[in-house]
Design a protein around this ligand. Structure first.
Ligand code: UD1
Length: 357
């Protein structure tokens, strides 16, 4: 079996790593294509190094652009790669532009598509990621789901059960792998040491592209920073917007984006995490750290119903919610978030390939 993995943006890399590792152990032939959607050292190559992913065989170097231009560039540049490599499966991850662009090209070339992290829906089409999720799932031949609610969603959309396999959450594989390697461990009672800090990550257009909204968010975080250490490793997009709108961050500890292991270290020690990232909602649930998600909806409702996540629509609520957030409140780790999802992805790919004509 030959796999061609396509990744492009930061959240793709922790999803690829465990699948790639399991593929190597199973003797599968694998090729990595990096679209170049993210290109800064700390947003891209640093993650490959941290996660032990080998350098990609192909880098399409598409860089930043409007959604249409970025998607079109990826499509144009990936077509000859797919034709030359002739994989048994194209494997795409998550919901970024690289995911949908690669899937569209493969579908028209008749290359089988497997989507890792299928079936998640925010039901909010103003998010570019929601469009990417819907289109990728429509095109995929094999839909690999991270949680059982995603299977229910796909069935309700009419996807045949034979195309859907529940594999669990590959992000949790990378989380566990890295905690172990970095020796980041809980205390004797099995609890993470709480240093009282608040870790913040925000980059969604809905929070950072509008001056009024971003200003309200920063005002709320500055209020929290009067009482606690607030650490905010800012995505380049967020940085640019803060500068463009001339918003002062006061006592908030602004940092550059962090390496994966540095981020996990801060997360395990935080009193609470404030985010709009999908991956961080999952990581905090897997760790049992309280998470306040500054969004009106989430494509990962299981982190709310079973985990430690809470949706916060208005930044004005943040300060009091940080105060009332409790470590070690009751929560469950969802099924399949056990560190073995990468292996199940490889098995599903092998078994499905074997039964196809
Ligand atoms: C992308 C994904 C989003 C994901 C996020 C994680 C899509 C539609 N969006 O959003 O789902 O949560 O990645 O980071 O695919 N930039 C740099 N260096 C880089 C990359 C980007 O400076 O390495 C700057 C550029 O100015 C760029 C901006 O960040 O215009 C936004 O980058 P882009 O890839 O368009 O979207 P993200 O906001 O990163």
């Amino acid at each position: 079996m030959k796999l061609l993995h396509v990744v492009g943006a930061r959240p793709n890399f922790p999803k690829l790593a465990p699948v790639y590792r399991a593929g190597t152990l199973a003797g599968v032939q694998q090729v990595i294509v990096h679209t170049g959607q993210h290109y800064d050292e700390i947003m891209s190559d640093g993650f490959f190094a941290s996660l032990g992913i080998p350098a990609p065989e192909h880098n399409l170097m598409v860089g930043s652009a409007s959604h249409a231009v970025q998607t079109a560039r990826i499509m144009e540049r990936i077509e000859p790669v797919l034709l030359a490599e002739q994989p048994d499966w194209l494997v795409v991850y998550g919901d970024v532009n690289s995911t949908v662009a690669a899937a569209l090209v493969a579908a028209k070339l008749g290359v089988r598509i497997a989507h890792v992290e299928a079936g998640l829906r925010s039901n909010d089409r103003s998010m570019p990621e929601e469009i990417n999720r819907i289109v990728t799932d429509r095109l995929a031949d094999l839909l690999l789901t991270p949680s059982l609610d995603a299977n229910v969603t796909l069935r309700s959309e009419g996807v045949p059960d034979s195309q859907v396999v529940f594999v669990g959450n590959v992000m949790v594989d990378s989380l566990r792998f890295t905690l172990e390697r970095e020796r980041i461990t809980p205390d004797a009672k099995g609890e993470w040491p709480n240093d009282g800090s608040v870790l913040v990550t925000l980059h969604r257009p809905s929070n950072v592209d509008d001056a009024e909204r971003l200003s309200a968010v920063i005002t709320a975080l500055r209020e929290v920073a009067m009482e606690r250490r607030v650490v905010f490793p800012a995505h380049p997009r967020t940085r640019q917007k803060l500068t463009e709108f001339g918003i002062e961050t006061g006592a908030i500890e602004m940092q550059n984006p962090l390496a994966y292991e540095a981020m996990l270290r801060l997360m395990t020690h935080a009193h609470v995490v404030i985010t709009d990232s999908g991956g961080v909602q999952e990581e905090t649930t897997a760790l049992g750290i309280p998470c306040l998600t500054l969004r009106a909806n989430t494509e990962r409702p299981i982190t709310v119903t079973e985990g430690t996540n809470r949706l916060v629509a208005s930044p004005g609520e943040l300060s009091s919610l940080v105060k009332s957030s409790q470590r070690n409140a009751a929560h469950r780790i969802p099924d399949g978030w056990d560190g073995r999802a990468g292996e199940r992805v490889i098995v599903a790919l092998q078994e499905t390939l074997a039964r196809l004509p």
